[in-house]
Design a protein around this ligand. Structure first.
Ligand SMILES: [Zn+2]
Length: 540
């Protein structure tokens, strides 16, 4: 089990040699002298040297007035560069991980998680599939939150801090997060930032609402080093807790959107590390909220909900057919783009429970089309320019609200009514136990069809370890494809095999009963008794 809770560097000196103790006393004295020299900066204390998590207030006079938490969402692969920068300045951070993304292109690997934890960072949860929790059914939201925590536990991390994808939370989702055993949940707005001049400067320690932690917006490419420093110094003027949210880390020319330049982060980390002498500490979210099990003392006492650590078992989704099979209802997909993580639910033309998938270099246009096979609507995909890859409509990659629960070893028949100007084929994906979606297989091609035609195809037996399926008719050239009236069922061949299994089982059971009857009629005897048997039978 790899459980690196809290940075060892600030716990280390506690029970060591007398020399270390003398040194720490000297350091404390020098720090106090320094503080006396800089009263204008409003610093009142040094970081605690005893290993207890320092907090505001409490009257002890040894705790920092301001705590900054550096949090990173999604587990993007480029965040490993941020981790290296922060490790250089011995600043711990909280990394909120999408468990279903771990090991997929663009995201951290299991080995990266091990490195992050070994360096004293906190591993937090950010759901399995990165869906907007407020857009999900309660059952799916519970799976997304609880499963993320139990998957991290199977990997060796006791995750107690959670962040809402897209910052989308509500009293319902906050209750779900608490019930799953997380001790805090972070949003993406609420504190003063360049985008929110009227907001509060800091969170209290402990926070008034640990399941709705506020932050100073999301750091994006428009933030300068000065913006970061100003946000911290403004927080210092009041004291309290300032969680900061980062996403991508970038270098070179391609820096845009939710990204911070490595050089900016490096300069900020160097500045922030020096701030610790002035009473501003950097701690993980778990260290502040008590989610690590570290003791929290101070004015507010222990954080409510700290004792909740177990993840309840959540039942997987029961088998079902295609949801919204005729594409009639339209809703926001619930997916949160990792590069555009916002709280605004933009209107969408995507049918509810479906997502627009694809890969490669091509330009697509999606329309909710009145030219339907059944009901009122169908979905039209047009590829206006094509170089590589494909595009397709798929049941949403989730934990079973929309994607299809399946059993390994079974075959399923996929059906789609379509009209298309080019040949198309099924692309089929399956979900592993950790919520990761993997490409599985493709069907033979179905020819272009001017009128409505049905593409039907029976999959091979579902691979071992797969628990969910998603499929789409893929267009991989310039042209248009309209789809409607989807179907999904265990294949008849599979039913026949199950009947054969039952017949075989019945034969075996029949033989067993017959055997018992035979033994009752002619009781079993030991071979050594044969001689006796033959003689005694003769005597009868
Ligand atoms: Zn996110």
């Amino acid at each position: 089990m790899r459980q690196a809770w809290g940075p060892r560097w600030w716990r280390g000196s506690g029970g060591s040699s007398g020399l270390a103790r003398v040194l720490s006393v000297c350091l404390a004295t020098v720090s106090l002298l320094l503080l006396a020299m800089v009263p204008a900066l409003g610093a009142t204390a040094t970081p605690a040297a005893d290993g207890a998590v320092p907090v505001q207030g409490g009257g002890g006079g040894h705790a920092p007035r301001t705590v900054v938490s550096l949090t990173f969402d999604d587990g993007d692969a480029d965040q490993m560069a941020a981790a290296r920068v922060l490790h250089r300045y011995r600043l711990p951070a909280t990394f909120y991980i999408i468990t279903g993304a771990v090991g997929t292109p663009g995201y951290v690997t299991r080995s990266d998680l091990g490195q992050l934890a070994a360096d004293g960072n906190e591993i937090g949860g950010h759901t399995v599939s990165h869906l907007r929790l407020t857009a999900l059914t309660t059952a799916e939201a519970r799976r997304q939150v609880c499963d993320s925590r139990s998957i991290l536990a199977r990997w060796g991390y006791r995750a107690n801090s959670f962040a809402f994808p897209g910052g989308a939370d509500s009293p319902r989702t906050e209750a779900i997060v608490r019930a799953c055993g997380y001790t805090s949940a972070r949003g993406v707005v609420g504190l003063r930032a360049p985008g929110c001049p009227g907001c509060a400067l800091t969170e209290r320690i402990p926070p008034a609402q640990p399941m709705a932690l506020r932050t100073a917006g999301e750091v994006d490419s428009s933030w300068t080093l000065r913006d970061l420093e100003r946000t911290v110094t403004a927080a210092e003027a009041q004291g309290g807790w300032l969680p900061l949210v980062f996403h991508h880390v970038c270098a070179g020319r391609r820096c845009g959107g939710l990204a911070v330049r490595t050089a900016t982060l490096d300069a900020f980390a160097r500045w922030l590390a020096q701030r610790q002498r002035l009473g501003t500490a950097v701690r993980t979210v778990g260290q502040v909220t008590g989610g690590t099990g570290a003791r929290i003392t101070g004015a507010g006492g222990p954080v409510a909900g700290r004792a909740v650590h177990r993840t309840p078992h959540v039942a997987p989704a029961a088998p079902h057919g295609i949801v919204n099979a005729s594409l009639e209802s339209v809703a926001a997909s619930g997916a949160v783009g990792a590069s555009l993580e916002t709280t605004s639910a933009s209107p969408s033309s995507t049918p509810r429970c479906w997502m627009q998938g694809g890969y490669g270099a091509n330009t697509t246009r999606w329309q909710h089309a009145a030219d339907r096979h059944a009901g009122r609507w169908a979905e039209r995909l047009t590829i206006t320019s094509y170089h590589s890859g494909d595009a397709k409509l798929l049941p949403r990659f989730d934990l079973g609200e929309c994607s299809l629960p399946v059993r390994p070893g079974r075959s399923y028949t996929l059906g789609t009514w379509y009209q298309s100007t080019a040949r198309v084929q099924y692309s089929v994906y399956y979900r592993t136990w950790s919520g990761r979606w993997a490409y599985w297989t493709s069907s033979p091609y179905f020819q272009a069809s001017q009128g409505w035609a049905q593409a039907r195809w029976a999959t091979p037996p579902v691979p071992a370890g797969a628990s969910g399926l998603s499929f789409g008719l893929a267009l991989s050239s310039k042209g248009s494809l309209t789809t409607d009236s989807y179907s999904f069922a265990a294949t008849p061949a599979d039913l026949a095999r199950r009947i054969a299994d039952w017949v075989l089982l019945s034969v075996v059971a029949g033989l067993a009963i017959a055997g018992r009857l035979v033994r009752r009629r002619w009781p079993r005897v030991k071979p050594v008794d044969r001689k006796w048997l033959s003689s005694s039978s003769r005597s009868r």
